[in-house]
Write a protein that binds this ligand. Structure first.
Ligand code: DGT
Ligand code: CA
Ligand code: CA
Length: 583
């Protein structure tokens, strides 16, 4: 099939517009729901939707039913969806520019676009801003003064358009959150605060920071927040919220609530937006309506100091923030089938660390000492393998003998941490491994990974990974997708083939904890687990401090619904090495 290749982002944007158009037109709510479901899943998948279509595999995506499949089919073969063309024919084009605004659903976007003749996308936001400033929104039916103000704020928040900026890695967001927390600790009116949004869901990258704060003195808290020394520009200053841009261009939105109502506020600002939408749909079926202030039944709004009570009220167990993606977690919660997510304290060893033998900072001994302090039972040393081409076979063999001796000595002189000797071996462009099997077979274990030419076509990159999986001495595939956040897209092999081969041959896929990798991505973690593939979480530390990157790997594993049983380095040493030797 030869069609019109579109990025996942372009596909999702278009589907969101179809959804909005259907909502305005009052299409059957079940179809609307189906679209919402599909969008939240398509919005979070790593594999190319276009490739799935090309391989006639759209059906395999959960949530993609025949209706949406037909739309995608038409979109990829012709570039347009005729039903969409006709459904939006009499809708003002400008409404589609408003859909991303906080609190503006499709129907409101439509009303505003009609009222202010927002005929095209480019000018829609500016025209709306102008209307708000002139007080023209509050007089519209169903809007009012409060709504006008909140639309103005939402446009303000959108000013630093997220798409134009690079998203922050979570490790950098953590540093900023720590500094804000330190500043806010000096204000004694703060009862409770937590960074919510994508940060609390442990998304690998963060667009902006959202911080709900519990207090009985909103004015003093906001005043204090605005004195945070890193504030560069104040976008919104209200009596219950503020938005600022920091000197490092990061936007921070704070919202205050009373301690008694903090649970609903925290829940709302944790999101994801899609989770909230689906949760609201669920609550509606029980005659309840959700907001950041509480749960409304009839005229009565019930407040919640914490999130557990909030979820309980709508008949659900607590759902951990990491899986609030709008991707079947509500269904699982309803059936009491939420996963028991893996935890950092379950980890018994790290199988991917570098030393100063290659590009690491510390010696093997220092890495082992640090692993002992973390309470690990085992540590796999996996420097980049020495190059036979540049050093010559003789030197490489001697290096390996010497290193083995050293590791044997460490294993004799201390018994706390069992040290395993391996290498991180490159999978070359021609599919060969950087070390021959004669050498590989003498190591305790081998990690193989792709580091170059990731953008090969699907067939080639699939074959390349399969050749490593089929090598009898390879135990683990490092950072399988090869993505580098903000830098490099993941490669796009046929994942089902990779998962099949890995499961059948007992090869382990890695969840790499380096904050700029976090690879496997969460959606692939979830698929791999459902495929029966075993995983390990590694720090890929290049210094003793980086052993802590394990925690980002854990975050990512949790986002992929991983439980302790799915992750092999939760096993005690004996059982773990047994798994390595069954190969
Ligand atoms: P980000 O900042 O792009 O990394 O992602 P988030 O998830 O932090 O998104 P953000 O900052 O736009 O909004 C924070 C939370 O507020 C979001 O996770 C859920 C909630 N929220 C935002 N807009 C809406 C909305 O239109 N409807 C609902 N129900 N919730 C929303
Ligand atoms: Ca955010
Ligand atoms: Ca925000």
């Amino acid at each position: 099939m030869e069609g019109k290749r579109l990025s996942n982002k372009a596909v999702v944007t278009l589907l969101k517009e179809i959804l909005a158009a259907m909502e305005v037109k009052g299409v059957n709510p079940f179809r609307v729901r189906a679209y919402q479901n599909a969008i939240s899943i398509l919005d979070n998948i790593t594999v190319s939707i276009y490739d799935l279509w090309e391989n006639k595999r759209l059906k395999e995506i959960p949530g993609v039913g025949p209706g949406i499949e037909a739309h995608l089919n038409e979109l990829f073969s012709t570039g347009v969806v005729s039903e969409f063309e006709s459904i939006k024919e009499d809708l003002p084009e400008g409404m589609f520019a408003l859909i991303g605004l906080r609190g503006i659903g499709a129907k409101r976007a439509y009303k505003l676009a009609l009222a202010f003749k927002l005929g095209d996308r480019e000018t829609a936001l500016d025209k709306l801003k102008d209307a708000a400033e002139k007080g023209k929104i509050q007089v519209l039916e169903g809007f009012g003064e409060k709504m006008e103000k909140s639309i103005q704020d939402a446009i303000g928040e959108l000013k630093m358009t997220k798409n134009l900026k690079q998203r922050l890695l979570i490790i950098h967001a953590e540093e900023i959150v720590d500094r804000i927390k330190k500043h806010m600790e000096k204000c004694k009116e703060v009862v409770e605060m937590e960074a919510a949004g994508s940060f609390r869901r442990r998304n690998p990258t963060i667009g902006d920071l959202d911080i709900p704060i519990a207090t009985n003195k909103p004015e003093s808290v906001i005043k204090h927040f605005l004195k945070f020394p890193e504030v560069e520009e104040i976008l919104v200053e209200g009596d219950k919220k503020a938005s600022v841009v920091l000197k490092n261009e990061v936007q921070v939105d704070i919202r205050v609530s009373t301690p008694q109502a903090y649970g609903a506020m925290l829940q709302y600002f944790t999101g994801s937006k899609q989770h909230n939408i689906l949760l609201r749909n669920h609550a509606l079926t029980k005659g309840m309506s959700l907001s950041e202030y509480g749960i409304k039944r009839g005229d009565n709004v019930k407040e919640f100091s914490g999130e557990r009570g909030f979820y309980r009220e709508i008949g659900l167990p607590y759902i951990p923030p990491e899986i609030r993606h709008g991707n079947f977690e509500i269904e699982a919660a309803l059936k009491n089938k939420l996963p028991e997510l893996i935890d950092l304290k379950d980890i018994k060893g790290d199988l991917h660390v570098h030393t100063n033998f290659s590009d690491g900072l510390n010696t093997i001994e220092e890495m082992v000492e640090a692993a002992k302090n973390l309470g690990y039972e085992y540590l796999g040393i996996t420097d980049h393998s020495p190059s036979i081409q540049s050093r010559g076979l003789g030197t490489v063999l001697k290096t390996i003998r010497d290193t083995r001796k050293k590791i044997d000595e460490i294993n004799t002189s201390q018994k706390d941490v069992k040290v395993l000797y391996g290498y991180e071996v490159n999978i070359s462009v021609d599919e060969s491994l950087a070390l021959p099997e004669d050498i590989l077979k003498n190591l305790d274990f081998v990690i193989a990974g792709i580091h170059t030419s990731l953008n090969q076509d699907k067939k080639t990159v699939t074959k390349r990974l399969l050749s490593a999986i089929e090598n009898p001495y390879v135990n683990i595939i490092a950072h399988p997708s090869g993505r580098m956040l903000n830098e490099r897209d993941p490669s796009d092999p046929d994942w089902n083939k990779i998962f099949d081969a890995a499961r059948d041959r007992g090869v382990i896929l890695e969840i790499n904890g380096q904050p700029n990798r976090l690879d496997l991505p969460d959606d692939l973690i979830k698929s791999a687990i459902s495929w029966g593939v075993k995983l390990v979480i590694n720090s890929d530390a290049h210094s003793i401090d980086q052993l802590d990157y394990m925690k980002y790997g854990i975050d990512n594993a949790r986002r992929g619904w991983a439980e302790k049983k799915d992750i092999l380095n939760t096993l005690p040493y004996e059982k773990f090495v047994k798994h390595l030797s069954i190969r």
